[in-house]
Design a protein around this ligand. Structure first.
Ligand code: HEM
Length: 165
């Protein structure tokens, strides 16, 4: 009786079409193999620690990228683009990317911007919405306007890789 109950439960646990299995610890889904390289971040890091300090070091940058992910996945203008995507991975790689560019002591292990955004159909208006959300998040962290713009200037050249043409 107990054995058949256990068998019935374990069969239920493993549906035939379970789909990709997430990392047991983080829940991140696997992606196609790629070469990890800081160059994939799409921008050279700042020199010195002025920017990293202004952004509150790793803790501040983590708040910024976490809040950015909350913002972009709940903004009616762009939330649809993120449905069904691996948000756990996005949260991690976006943090690494910002932390690397701000020279706060991280390596970027994610994909290059062109590969990560291909086939998403992203338009210029979507990028503008993301930048606006990022500006609000940086405002919340009291980051000086000039330093916000200095960081945004690092992201600007990525436009051709993240926007569909
Ligand atoms: C300069 C602006 C942008 C930066 C710096 C950026 C950064 C990133 C990073 C680091 C990743 C993860 C790469 C990886 O998984 O290895 C990513 C993925 C993604 N980005 Fe962006 N992104 C930008 C613009 C946008 C815009 C405008 C949209 C749409 C509104 C967007 C939608 C997405 C989506 C849906 C993914 C997940 C794709 C997947 O997992 O297959 N991104 N982005």
């Amino acid at each position: 009786m107990l054995l058949s109950l256990a068998l019935a439960l374990s069969v239920q646990d493993v549906p035939a079409n379970a789909g990709p299995v997430g990392d047991p610890v983080t829940g991140e889904l696997p992606v196609d193999p790629y070469q990890q390289d800081n160059a994939n971040a799409g921008a050279r890091p700042f020199k010195g620690d002025k920017m990293a300090k202004a952004f509150g070091g790793k803790d501040g940058i983590k708040r910024i990228t976490d809040n950015l992910v909350v913002g972009i996945t709940s903004d009616p203008r762009i939330e649809e683009i993120f449905k069904g995507q691996d948000i756990v991975r996005l949260r991690r790689t976006l943090f690494e990317q910002f932390c690397y560019i701000l020279n706060a002591g991280c390596n970027y292990t994610g994909r290059d911007m062109r590969s990560a955004h291909k086939n998403l159909g992203t338009q210029m208006a979507d990028l503008n919405a993301l930048v606006e959300i990022l500006q609000n998040v940086m405002d919340q962290e009291n980051i000086a306007f000039t330093l916000q713009n200095r960081f945004l200037a690092k992201l600007a050249p990525m436009k051709d890789d993240v926007v569909d043409r």
